[in-house]
Design a protein around this ligand. Structure first.
Ligand SMILES: NC(=O)c1ccc[n+]([C@@H]2O[C@H](COP(=O)([O-])OP(=O)(O)OC[C@H]3O[C@@H](n4cnc5c(N)ncnc54)[C@H](O)[C@@H]3O)[C@@H](O)[C@H]2O)c1
Ligand SMILES: [Zn+2]
Ligand SMILES: [Zn+2]
Length: 389
């Protein structure tokens, strides 16, 4: 089969690799019909995630048709059309039982390595380095799905692939980010980053009752899409201080909650940005927490900072005094996707939202090297790329 393989920083190749096989009775083999590139894949593409190996198959946002089932999977049939959550979860362990699916303690075979870096190990993830299991991902024609009796969700024929695909990641991710804000009537939510995750967070915040959403980015077409979703916007390139503008917009008090949908590769300007770039280059800091610092400082007293943006390791100059002295709650995590697939499928069916609004580019799996470049550099007004194998 064909698959997108990682060969190093900015080196993705479409290669012929062996077809996946059923290894365990709870596995399924899915023939991928649609897959996407995520902002998280850019962290791999840009070489910020350790333990990648040449030839690793990428991709954690995918859907398709079940073509083979292990003997223990009783709730699915060959021929079913499914979306697969990006986290691999057994459904039975301490964490899965609590609905904390991205913390499953049975799905990361490299848990010891992960615990060395993070203290404890999270779940295994599709196509996301050996630290999270080394699983082959779904930017391929076929993929092996472990614990297929738990993760995949059947999609009704009334929905197109494009409408359903983002149940695998970015819709639940934006939704969990907003849910973590514990939004109350009248609340104002600020969202850093108007990439696909930010866009889903903006719309989810309104679905969950926010009165106002203020979105921050510097990319014009992304800000325009945020406005279409009902947000007020701040172009951080056009203002002296994002914090001052947010204060002005909220009567001096600050947003009730702040969402960092940017993560470890934040851009910016000025001394802080150059400081982070330098420290990152010297390996004295792994991530650039520019949006995170702003979110902590901007958030109103007693508010919540919700962090769907991915961080990998160590960050510097984080104003933790602000967090402690002003009673700020931090909520974060890889998304517990399995918790959201059913209720959010209902939201799509009800017409509350059609997540395909975010798609700007439709390409073939063979175009992967170009697709990664277009998405990374936001060329041609690119916001989200989907690929057909
Ligand atoms: N928690 C999860 O489970 C989960 C799931 C999916 C993605 N993510 C993460 O969410 C983040 C966003 O993903 P995406 O697909 O939207 O990526 P993306 O790279 O397309 O979007 C990031 C956006 O942030 C903007 N940005 C950069 N610096 C900024 C700054 N200082 N202030 C405001 N905006 C800034 C960029 O212009 C861009 O539009 C990534 O870190 C990704 O890894 C997390
Ligand atoms: Zn993702
Ligand atoms: Zn589990």
């Amino acid at each position: 089969m064909k698959a997108i393989c990682w060969y190093g920083k900015h080196d993705m190749r479409v290669e012929e690799v062996s077809d996946p096989k059923i290894l365990n009775p709870r596995d399924a083999i899915v023939r991928v019909t649609l897959t996407a590139i995520c902002g998280s894949d850019l962290h791999l593409y840009n070489g910020f995630v350790p333990t990648m190996e040449k030839g690793d198959i990428l991709g954690h946002e995918f859907m398709g048709e079940i073509v083979e089932l292990g003997s223990a999977v009783k709730n699915l049939n060959v021929g079913d059309r499914v979306v697969v959550p990006f986290c691999i979860s057994c459904g039975a362990c301490f964490f899965c039982q609590k609905g904390l699916f991205s913390l499953c303690e049975n799905s990361n075979p490299n848990a010891v390595e992960a615990a060395m870096l993070w203290g404890h190990s999270p779940a295994g993830l599709f196509g996301y380095s050996h630290l999270t299991g080394g699983y082959a991902g779904g930017q391929a024609q076929f993929v092996r799905v472990p614990f297929a009796d738990v993760g995949p969700i059947k999609i009704p024929q009334s929905l197109t692939d494009e409408q359903a695909l983002f149940l695998s990641d970015i819709f639940p991710t934006g939704y969990m980010a907003a849910e973590n804000c514990n939004i109350q009537p009248g609340d104002t939510v600020a969202v850093w980053g108007c990439g696909p995750v930010g866009q889903m967070a903006i719309r989810s915040a309104f679905l969950l009752g926010a009165q106002r959403v203020i979105a921050i980015d510097s990319v014009p077409e992304r800000l325009r899409m945020a406005e279409k979703g009902g947000a007020e916007t701040i172009d951080y390139d056009e203002v002296d201080s994002v914090l001052d503008v947010l204060k002005d917009k909220t009567g001096g008090r600050g947003p009730d909650s702040c969402i960092d949908a940017v993560g470890m590769e934040a851009d910016g300007h000025g001394v802080q940005y150059r400081y982070d770039r330098a420290k990152q280059a010297l390996m004295l800091e792994t991530d650039r927490p520019i949006a995170l610092r702003q979110a902590f400082l901007a958030c109103r007293n007693g508010g919540t900072v919700s962090v769907p943006g991915v961080y990998g390791g160590l960050i510097d100059k984080v104003p933790f005094g602000a967090v402690m002295n002003r009673s700020i709650t931090i909520k974060t995590g890889q998304t517990h996707v399995q918790r959201y697939t059913r209720p959010l499928l209902e939201r799509i069916q009800n017409g509350d939202i059609d997540p395909s609004f975010v798609i700007t580019h439709r390409l073939q799996l063979d175009d992967a090297p170009e697709a990664y470049e277009i998405f990374k550099h936001k060329q041609d007004d690119c916001i989200k790329v989907v690929l057909t194998p």
